[in-house]
Structures are given as structure tokens and as C-alpha cells.
Write a protein that binds this ligand. Sequence first.
Ligand code: EPU
Length: 350
Amino acid sequence: MKRTMPAPWTLIPDADLSARNTFGVAARAPLLAEVHDPAALPGLFTDPRFDAGRAMVLGGGSNLLFAADPDGPLVALAAGGMRIVGDDGRNVVVRFDAGASWHGCVMWSLAQGLGGLENLALIPGTAGAAPIQNIGAYGVEVGEHVVAVEAFDTRSRAMLRFTGDECGFAYRDSRFKREPDRYIVTAVELALSRDAEPRLDYAGIRDELAAMGVDAPTPALVAEAVVRLRRRKLPDPAVVGNAGSFFKNPIVPAPVAQALAAGHPGLPVYRGDGEGTRKLSAAWLIEACGWKGYRDGDAGVSAQHALVLVNHGGATGAQLLALARRIAASVQERFGVPLEPEPRIVGASW
Ligand code: EPU
């Protein structure tokens, strides 16, 4: 019997994207290519049905806002494997295919007895998207663990491998984010450990562990504390559409932060990326301007967390973007601080 090879990709014309973005806004793409094997990417990019010059990558759709329909094809990587590729008994390198669910990767690592990712539990999205915006939470950023990122370079059409240092990680930023759509991340390799020290310094973690009755925290217990905190503090995208923090915490020169903090007691100020900079709490600035829980039609600001824009049902991407601009303008006016969106905005510029 003749056996046919499964097609390396599936093409979906006029694809409905409303269930493929966690804001749940209506959007359609002229074509969606679901790629089952990343080795097929060079072939896809020469397929005449595929408008390679306008292609955009779609991960879990948890960090983007469709302000308009994309005008080119979308690429989604389907492979979601997880395996150990290096192990000296103590330090372990794991490899995740781009299509794997990030939270699934965190739980899988913990089940292998590997620590390092526990503070990043329950972040929506895929493993392939994690290095793009250098996901971070509760005092840990994924970039700290990245050994290598493999990516298809849509410009040279070559498969490349970047070391962690070559990824240019910064707060919610990387070389992949700075050149949108140039690279399609196909796999990530992360350094984990069998005896990692849990990182408990971020506000709330120790209290949550205490409330759980834990006095000897393991990585798995820290993950559980993070899950409990996130469930309580952040709206669940399965219940109300959202993309997590809509704004980055602004990084300002230290003297600016000092002056603002002097005038506004209670404003949280954290260390910045460099010596002379500080990071301010965008949530605090937004709440101080009265936006928390605000609603205009179906576009709103979460009543749980001021940094999270929500779609109560039928909001369009354009309505959410208009609300985001009003929020940023009011923070700018009152505090003189510009806010930058964290998610990618498709079909409009900020
Ligand atoms: N705050 C308010 N009002 C609010 C919420 C928070 O004033 O409605 C103030 C409080 O003072 C609070 C402080 O902001 O103590 C910090 O809040 P939180 O711990 O929730 O952290 P965040 O700075 O607002 C960042 C990340 C989150 C991540 C948390 C926890 C960014 C843009 N966001 O938020 O990431 O989960 O820290 O580590 O850096 C995401 O990126 O989508 C995301 C959810």
C-alpha cells in the first residue's frame, strides 16, 4: 500500500481569529498557515499561495490586539514537544517546541523535578512567544534561563540559533520584538536546575506561601502560590477577554522617579534596567487617574487590576485601542509620564 506523507502545513483561507486572540475581538486573516513541522518553513515561504512579504506570526494570541484585520497571512506553529537535551545530574537543559503552551512547559518542568520557571506559572501563551517579549513575573524573566532560541529568519530564509546573550533581552523586550515578523521562533532551550533556590522576594509570594501553611517552599509550591496570586489578581481570559498587562511599567530617569514619589506618596518605584533609571508602577498611575473598573460600552479596565484592559464581550480592537490612548493621555497629562503598550498592536500604530 502506498503511504502518503502528511502535509507539513495546513492552509486555512479567510481564517476567523476571534478564538485565536485572548482579547476575543473579531478579526479575520486572508490566510492562516498551521505549520506542523518547522523544517517546512522554508518551503512555505516559497509557496505561491503564501504572501511571504506580509506574513505575521501568531502564537497563543495572548499578547496582541487586532485593531484591524491583518493584511497578510498568519503563521502558527503547531508542534508542542518538550524534552530534556542536557543533564549533568544537577543542571538540566530543556527544549520546548514553539507551539507548546507556556504554562504546560512550566508544569512539565516541575514534574521532572526541575526548578527555575515556577514564578512564571500561569502566564498565557506559547513557549515560542516567551522569548519575544521576555515574559516576566514575580521577580523572574524567562531571558535569565534562555540557553538558545532557534528561529527561522524570514529575510535570509535560514534556520538560525541564537545564544541567550545574542537575544538582546531587556524588560519585556528582545531582538525578536525589535524586528517584528523577521524571526519565527521555532524552539527554545532553557537552563533549569534540580536544586534551584526559590525566588521569594517579589511582594506577595511569602505571604501567599504562609497562607498556604508552607514553611519549606519547593519550586512546585512556589508555582502553586503564583497560580493562586494570579487567579486572584488578574482576570481570566477564558472568562473576560484580555491580554494581561496592557502597558509596560514605564522606565524613567531616577531623578524623575524621585520627584514623582515625593509628590505622590504610595507610588511604587522599582529599580530600572540600568543604574540611573527607575521603573514606575503603571497600574498605580492608571488607578490614580480613576480608570480602574471604568467601562465604555464593552471596552473597559479591569476592576481587579488597573493595568489590564478588558473586552466585556463585543468590543472591537479599535475601541480598545481608543480607550488605551485615552488612558495614556490622562497619565501623561497628570504625571508627565508616557505609557507604552505591552502587547503588539496589529493594524494600527501606537
Ligand atoms: N497596583 C495598583 N493598582 C492595581 C494593581 C496594582 O495601584 O490595580 C500597584 C500596587 O501598588 C501593586 C503594584 O502596582 O503593589 C504592583 O502590582 P503587581 O504586583 O500586580 O505588578 P505590576 O507591576 O502591575 C507586573 C507585570 C505582570 C506580572 C506582575 C507580577 C508588567 C507590565 N506587568 O505587573 O505581568 O504578572 O508584575 O510580577 O511588567 C503581563 O505582562 O501581562 C503581566 C500580567
